[in-house]
Design a binder for this molecule. Sequence first.
Ligand code: UDP
Ligand code: MG
Length: 342
Amino acid sequence: MTNDCRVSASSPVAPRLCVVVPCYNEEDVLPETSRRLSEKLDSLFGRGAISKDSRVLFVNDGSRDLTWFLIRTLHDDPSSMGLSPRQPWFSGISFAHNEGHQNALYAGLMEALDRGYDCAISLDADLQDDIDAIDEMLVKHDAGAEIVYGVRSNRDTDTAFKRGTAGMFYDLMAWLGVEMVSNCADYRLMGRRSLEALSQYTEVNLFLRGIVPALGFTTDVVYYVRAERFAGESKYPLKKMVSFALEGITSFSVKPIRWVTMLGIVSLAVSFIMVVYTLVQAFTGHVVAGWSSLMVSIWFVGGLVMVSLGVVGEYVGRIYLESKGRPRYIISETTDGELPRA
Ligand code: UDP
Ligand code: MG
């Protein structure tokens, strides 16, 4: 749909683009992903839409399979993977340990900023994000949008469960007052100014889908059809998805803690009424067996207390993790041999 886009003649110099691709155990998809990316960058460069020192930066998130070996090969000897040796498009950095998608993304974006790229596009390794949308993203960036979001035009490739829970999550976040771009995963273009702004966010627990819209700047969207994962399994099992959602909620809103307080006040008010009622019953001589009501209230109040403690605990846990100020990730290797900033 976007193949015939051209970058306007108004751009004096073609931008240096960095395509950031986080990878966790992606050996099954990397050969095809790199082939398509190489073709795409060749064609963008051929049309003068990007400069020749643009790069794809793979971030190996502590994979246990051949992912890092493949990334190194793509950098050292692309022709051995059937790619044209004409333009060396590929480079990579590798984490010593699996730190999660958001950290891998952030590391790639910060590397792009450090290495002086003009803009960065983040893209999943599994080819679910339509690579052809890059053309239109660059056009919109050239026309003045600092951030261009890739937005899914439908969710047909998702299971009904994922569609339903995603919808509920976006509604909840909107209700909590958190600005998010609906149906935008982490496929987006960011210019240098927004990358610089992002570098000032120091929290260890990252939720980029909430942080990036909060940066402000002029934004635009590009619609694309999200494909099925090309090969391999999703690296986001239900457990990771739940913790990702909790991350989103607790890192942007303290409203749930306020609800806990409100619940406490309400249950206190109810218990006062209960005390009065019980006293009246006792004085008027109506002694009720009361076992059932006692059991019901014990369970109800017990549940309420547990849930409330859980909510407070989520926040306390986040404070604990943030207060340690540990590094988000450690980069143990890079394809060009140089180790970046600590
Ligand atoms: N990913 C990562 N670290 C992780 C989990 C995932 O870098 O701990 C990468 C993964 O390789 C992929 C992207 O994040 O490029 C999105 O993951 P996936 O496609 O498995 O998620 P889904 O599309 O199923 O939500
Ligand atoms: Mg995917």
